[in-house]
Design a protein around this ligand. Structure first.
Ligand code: SF4
Ligand code: SF4
Length: 344
């Protein structure tokens, strides 16, 4: 049962919560944290050894396929440009029309959602931009400053191939993850240009610039699970998240509540599926942090990302075990029926 609620279904201690420094996540710490077991350890260092073992799902071809799927996210930098794109390979000049007057935020919000879906979004929500969720510094140590005029975040979830994810931690699951990322880049790049073509500003982003999960909760896309991931009613945690900040006047959605925390209290499937005990088994969530990559001041089951990322380096690929086993993953028919009911 999904209900729309007035406040996001998370508890934070505003006296303790600080904007997260992206250099604290495992990919940042890999570069500077000499005390971390994964210091200077690339994710794919073990790949030749892993392939040589001839295990199912770990072939040379499957690895090449997984890396290939990252191409748009990793190499198409224009996808995350803060400015309108100008360098085109097309000889056809694009007209710049007068600014589109927005008189009814409700109507343009509906059009933004329709457009996002056309560009590949599975779920779309809108929230007022809570600046607590913007990173303080990016992974390169640059101060992150979002001008005040960016009042809204459009948050997008892209469904991943659940069948491939269920092969986790083998390479086909890594391919599904990477496809999700490249689809994110395509979707936010096109959506940002759509907004700019109306005469407004847009900052498209993947995992950079701000924390995606709390923004997705604020935008009514889902709730936070024991596995530290966003759980959506339609696809469970089997989604990737991206977002666009904008000054286009929009109508925010309400957050939703559908009992994720209560369900997680009774379900430990992700804890059991994690090969390195990175997910807590305590019944109740708490404010306890378990590694340097957890930010303080949030009630949840904090995940030990040190253990998690160390497993990824051993596996020579990312892992989705805690997504694959989650009972909130449903089939496509149920997804569509649920979405019709919830997102009206
Ligand atoms: S991604 Fe894998 S290693 Fe990391 S917490 Fe989930 S199950 Fe554990
Ligand atoms: S597997 Fe169970 S405990 Fe883990 S996030 Fe999903 S519902 Fe919650």
């Amino acid at each position: 049962m999904v209900r729309k609620v007035d406040l996001p279904p998370y508890r934070i201690d505003r006296k303790v919560l600080k904007r997260f420094d992206q250099r604290q996540n495992v990919f940042g710490r890999m570069l500077w944290d000499e005390k971390a077991a994964f210091y200077k350890k690339g994710m794919y260092e073990n790949v030749a050894k892993i392939i040589a073992k001839n295990q199912t799902g770990y072939s040379r071809v499957e690895f090449a396929r997984a890396l290939g799927a990252w191409t748009v996210y990793d190499y198409f930098h224009g996808a995350f440009s803060w400015e309108k794109l100008t360098k085109s390979i097309s000889v056809i000049a694009k007209p710049v029309l007068e600014k589109y007057p927005v008189t009814k935020p409700t109507i343009i919000s509906k059009q933004v959602k329709e457009t996002s879906k056309i560009y590949g979004a599975s779920l779309v929500g809108i929230c007022k931009l809570d600046r607590h969720w913007i990173y303080s510094y990016d992974i390169d140590g640059n101060l992150v400053e979002i001008p005040e005029e960016y009042k809204y975040a459009i948050v997008i979830a892209i469904e991943m191939d659940a069948t491939a994810i269920k092969t986790s931690p083998a390479f086909p699951a890594c391919t599904a993850t990477a496809i999700g990322y490249s689809q994110m880049a395509f979707c936010v790049a096109c959506l940002a240009e759509f907004i700019r073509n109306l005469g407004y500003k847009a900052i498209p982003m993947g995992n950079d610039t701000a924390l995606s999960i709390p923004l997705a909760i604020d935008a009514g896309i889902g709730g936070l699970g024991r596995n530290g991931l966003l759980i959506t009613p339609e696809y469970g945690p089997c989604v990737r998240l991206c977002k666009v900040f904008t000054n286009l006047p929009l109508k925010p959605d309400k957050p939703i509540e559908f009992g994720v925390t209560d369900f997680c209290k009774r379900c430990n499937k992700c804890t059991e599926a994690c090969e390195v005990d990175a997910i807590q088994s305590e019944t109740e969530p708490s404010f306890k942090v378990v590694c340097l990559s957890n930010n303080q001041g949030i009630l949840r089951w904090a995940v030990n990302y040190d253990k998690c990322y160390s497993f990824w380096t051993e596996n020579a690929g990312d892992c989705s075990n805690c997504i694959a086993v989650c009972p909130f993953i449903r089939n496509a028919k149920t997804n569509a029926m649920l979405s019709d009911k919830i997102r009206r």
